[in-house]
Design a protein around this ligand. Structure first.
Ligand SMILES: *Cc1c(COP(=O)(O)O)cnc(C)c1O
Length: 389
C-alpha cells in the first residue's frame, strides 16, 4: 500500500519533542526538552476547577466560551494592555492557542496564500499553514551586535508580496526568548497596512518578559491602525502553569473572530467546560500573582543560563518565555540534531535541536533549546550534570 497520509502532511514526521522525551525516559536524563512546568498553577484556580466539576460544569459550554471567561479575558486585556474587546463577539475561547492559530489560518487563507512568519517558528505553525494549502514565508531571526535576536528590515520587507495574506508573529518568542522591539513591531505594522494584510499574534508568553529585557511586551494590536486588522491569540497554559488544560483564546474585530469561530466550531466545537470558570478566576488574580510568577521564572532562567555558560555553551540571555537557545559551536558541536541525540547518554540532560524549526536549516544548525520552566532542584541537577562534561 502507498502512504495513506495526504501529501501536504508528509513532510511532518512525529515531533522532535516525542523523540527526545522518549529518549529522556529511556536514559533517565533530566528532560529540559519540552516546555511544560513541573509545578501546578495557583490554588484558587485549581480549587475552582474541582468545584466546577462537582457543580455540574460537565456538558458542552457555549460555542464561543462561557460568558464569565470571555468577560475575564476582556478585563485582563484592558488591565494589562489597555486593549478594549467586547466579550460578546470580539473574544473567542479555543482549545489552547494551538487551535486558535490553526482555526485562524484555515479561516483566512486560500490555497496558495502566503503567511509571513519568523524562524525559528513554533512547530504547529508550519503544519497549520500546510493544512490550509497556504505557503510560509519565514524571515530569519539572527543575533545582532547587541546580543539580541533581531529582524533584518530588508528581509522582512522582501517577504511581503502580492500573495501575502497575513503575518504570524510570536512575541515573546519561543524558542529564542526574543521580545520584538517597538521599532520591529512598527515595521510589521507599516507593512501590514501597506499590503493590506492581517496580523495574527501569538502572545502566550505575554506575562513572561523579564525585568532586564530591553523592551517591554507591546501587543501589536496597540499600534496605530493595527487593532482592526489583528487577531490576538493567547492562552492560560503558560501563564497559569496548566498546559494540559488547553484553554486559549483569540480576540479581535468582530468579522475576524466570527470567521475563526466558523472553522473552530467544526474542529473541536468546544472544550474544557470545568476549566473555563477556573481560568476566569485565574485571569482576575491580583497583579502580585503575575509579578511573582515572572520573578520565579527569571530566577530559574538565571540559574540555567549561568550553568550553560559554565558548561561552555554560547548563550544569548533570553528576555522572556520558558526557553533559552544555546549555541553548541564553542563545545565543538556542528549539528544540533546529532548533539541532542547523544546529550542524554553523554551528560544525562535532554534538549531539543532548533534547526527543525527553520526552513533555512543552516541558520539553526548549531542551536539547541533548553526549557527552564522546571523546579530549581531539577535545574540544579541538570546544570551539575552539564558542568561535568
Ligand atoms: C506553548 C505554545 C503554544 C501552545 O499553546 P496551547 O495553549 O497549549 O495550545 C502556542 N504558541 C507558542 C509560541 C507556545 O510556546
Amino acid at each position: 500500500m502507498t502512504d495513506p497520509l495526504v501529501a501536504r502532511m508528509r513532510p511532518f514526521g512525529t515531533t522532535i519533542f516525542a523523540e527526545m522525551s522518549a529518549l529522556a525516559v529511556r536514559t533517565g536524563a533530566v528532560n529540559l526538552g519540552q516546555g511544560f512546568p513541573d509545578t501546578d498553577g495557583p490554588k484558587e484556580m485549581l480549587d475552582a476547577a474541582a468545584e466546577a466539576i462537582h457543580n455540574g460544569a460537565n456538558q458542552y459550554p457555549p460555542g464561543p466560551g462561557i460568558p464569565a471567561l470571555r468577560a475575564a479575558i476582556g478585563a485582563h486585556q484592558q488591565r494589562f494592555w489597555g486593549l478594549d474587546y467586547d466579550p460578546d463577539g470580539e473574544v473567542l475561547v479555543t482549545a489552547g492557542a494551538t487551535e486558535a492559530v490553526a482555526a485562524t489560518i484555515l479561516a483566512l487563507c486560500e490555497p496558495g496564500d502566503e503567511v509571513v512568519c519568523f524562524e525559528p517558528y513554533y512547530d504547529s505553525y508550519a503544519a497549520a499553514i500546510a493544512l490550509a494549502g497556504a505557503v510560509r514565508r519565514p524571515v530569519t531571526l539572527r543575533p545582532d551586535a547587541g546580543g539580541h535576536y533581531a529582524v533584518d528590515p530588508d528581509e522582512l520587507r522582501g517577504a511581503f508580496g502580492p500573495r501575502t495574506r497575513m503575518v504570524l508573529l510570536n512575541s515573546p518568542h519561543n524558542p529564542t526568548g526574543k521580545v520584538f522591539t517597538r521599532a520591529e513591531l512598527a515595521l510589521v505594522a507599516e507593512l501590514c497596512q501597506a499590503h493590506d494584510v492581517y496580523a495574527v499574534t501569538d502572545e502566550v508568553y505575554e506575562h513572561l518578559v523579564f525585568t532586564d529585557a530591553a523592551t517591554p511586551h507591546v501587543p501589536l494590536a496597540t499600534l496605530p491602525g493595527m487593532r482592526e486588522r489583528t487577531l490576538r491569540i493567547s492562552s492560560a497554559g503558560k501563564t497559569f502553569s496548566c498546559t494540559g488544560w488547553k484553554i486559549g483564546w483569540a480576540s479581535g474585530p468582530r468579522e475576524l473572530v466570527s470567521a475563526v469561530l466558523r472553522v473552530k466550531q467544526f474542529l473541536t466545537f468546544v472544550n474544557g467546560s470545568p476549566f473555563q470558570p477556573a481560568i476566569a478566576i485565574a485571569l482576575g488574580l491580583p497583579d502580585d500573582y503575575f509579578s511573582e510568577f515572572r520573578a520565579g521564572l527569571q530566577a530559574q532562567r538565571d540559574l540555567l543560563v549561568a550553568g550553560l555558560r559554565d558548561a561552555g555553551f554560547g548563550v544569548l540571555l533570553p528576555e522572556g518565555t520558558y526557553f533559552v537557545t544555546a549555541d553548541i559551536t564553542p563545545l565543538g558541536g556542528t549539528d544540533g540534531v546529532e548533539f541532542c541525540r547523544s546529550l542524554p547518554e553523554r551528560s544525562g540532560v535532554v534538549a531539543v535541536p532548533t534547526q527543525v524549526f527553520y526552513d533555512h536549516e543552516d541558520a539553526g544548525r548549531r542551536l539547541v533549546r533548553f526549557a527552564f520552566c522546571k523546579r530549581p532542584a531539577v535545574l540544579n541537577e541538570a546544570v551539575a550534570r552539564l558542568r561535568k562534561n
